[in-house]
Design a protein around this ligand. Structure first.
Ligand code: BGC
Length: 386
């Protein structure tokens, strides 16, 4: 197929120039979907038309990272509503970071007659059995944000380029350290959950920037941790251990997402580090954006969630209606160890104090008022946000 390429293992680097898509206010929709985290719900009926579309199951992984309940789920539901889907037929589950719970939730969805599974796996390998089972039952699976590995049952994948995320984080950290005049900085590296394939790719991207500097004697990675379950409290423990072992002599911290950055920040604050050394993250969580405004975090990686959720919702709607999703949308292929999976990839962007306005605010991801609460008013003014 024209323009289609296959990737195996490492990812190609992507240009970041693509325009960001405007986002809708997520909270309004969230209020309409009902149900609490860690549970499975079938939403109350709404919307007209789309009567022919069967049940769609959306299975998200956890709640300690804010994106899933605040953005992924509401954007997905809003898109289905816009398509005229009867959201009474939507089966929604959040596994609360428990892979066993997710297996039960997916099996329940299959038993309840789901015609398509949209699955963001807690454990990228363990989910293979689920995708295999779905295939046996003739149910297509859309892998959402994280790739389900080693199963031919994965029909589609919507993603961001996670290796690029790791590279941007690492390069932003190095740039900040260079700006501070550090010629051989000592850093701590806090990676994500080893069971999450994305965590592996973020780490790979970060090391592709760090390792040549380490070899050249221009960087020291004094401590490196994998953080099971992406738990912020665990990241805080890791950072605390590192600070103790290094006598607080840390020039910068690579944290794989904003949740773990929050943990690392708390540990540094408790240890009395002032100013807080350069610190990375990802997800553009509100607390992280506020830390960036306040000079307590250097960068976050903004992954526009609206186009990801909408692409998945459109494909799920098509499949649940007995149609084939638009093949031109799934224009790349990513190999998951068992199949080349038709994939749609969304561009990401590094956000620092300098471009919050041109990215997150311009996109409608947050309003200036949401970021600039009383505690951040002065910093917001200084940053030109209000
Ligand atoms: C996602 C990140 C998220 C992390 C923890 C990763 O797979 O891509 O956006 O912060 O999981 O849920």
């Amino acid at each position: 197929m024209n323009g289609m390429s296959t990737r195996l293992g490492g990812r190609r680097r992507r240009a970041l120039a693509g325009p960001l898509v405007a986002a809708a206010i997520a909270g309004l929709v969230l209020a309409a979907c009902g149900g609490s985290s860690g549970t499975s719900t079938t939403s109350s009926s709404s919307g007209g038309g789309g009567a022919a579309a069967g049940k769609i199951a959306l299975l998200l992984p956890e709640t300690q990272t804010t994106r899933y309940e605040a953005f992924d789920r509401p954007y997905f539901v809003a898109k289905l509503q816009a398509l005229g889907y009867n959201t009474g037929n939507l089966i929604y589950s959040n596994a609360n970071q428990n892979a066993t719970t997710q297996v039960s939730q997916a099996e329940a969805a299959i038993t309840n007659g789901a015609k398509v599974l949209v699955l963001d796996p807690v454990d990228s390998k363990a989910a293979a059995a689920l995708a295999d089972k779905a295939k046996t039952n003739g149910i297509p699976v859309i892998s959402y944000d994280r790739l389900i590995l080693n199963s031919a049952g994965v029909g589609y994948y919507v993603e961001y380029d996670s290796v690029t995320v790791g590279k941007l984080q690492a390069q932003s950290l190095i740039d900040a350290l260079t700006k501070l005049g550090k010629t051989k900085p000592t850093i701590v590296e806090i990676n994500g959950d080893p069971a999450d394939n994305n965590a592996k790719l973020f780490k790979q991207g970060a090391h592709s920037v760090f390792d040549p500097l380490v070899s050249a004697g221009k960087l020291v990675i004094a401590k490196e941790y994998d953080t099971p379950n992406w738990t912020p409290a665990q990241a805080q423990n890791e950072m605390q251990q590192a600070l103790t072992a290094l006598g607080n002599k840390v020039d910068g911290v690579y944290a794989a997402n904003d949740g773990t950055a929050g943990g690392a920040f708390a540990a540094m604050q408790t240890a009395g580090l002032n100013p807080i050394p350069p610190l990375t993250g990802q997800d553009a969580e509100l607390a992280a954006v506020q830390r960036i405004v306040a000079g307590q975090q250097t960068v976050t990686i903004y992954k526009p969630i609206k186009p990801l959720a909408e692409t998945a919702a459109q494909a799920a709607f098509d499949l649940a209606s007995g149609k084939t999703p638009d093949t031109s949308v799934f224009s790349t292929k990513v190999n998951n160890g068992a199949a080349d999976v038709p994939t749609h990839q969304i561009d990401v962007v590094a956000v620092t104090k300098a471009n919050i306005k041109d990215t997150l605010i311009k996109d409608g991801f947050y309003t200036a008022a949401q970021i600039c609460t009383a505690a951040y008013a002065a910093a917001c003014t200084a940053a030109g946000l209000q």
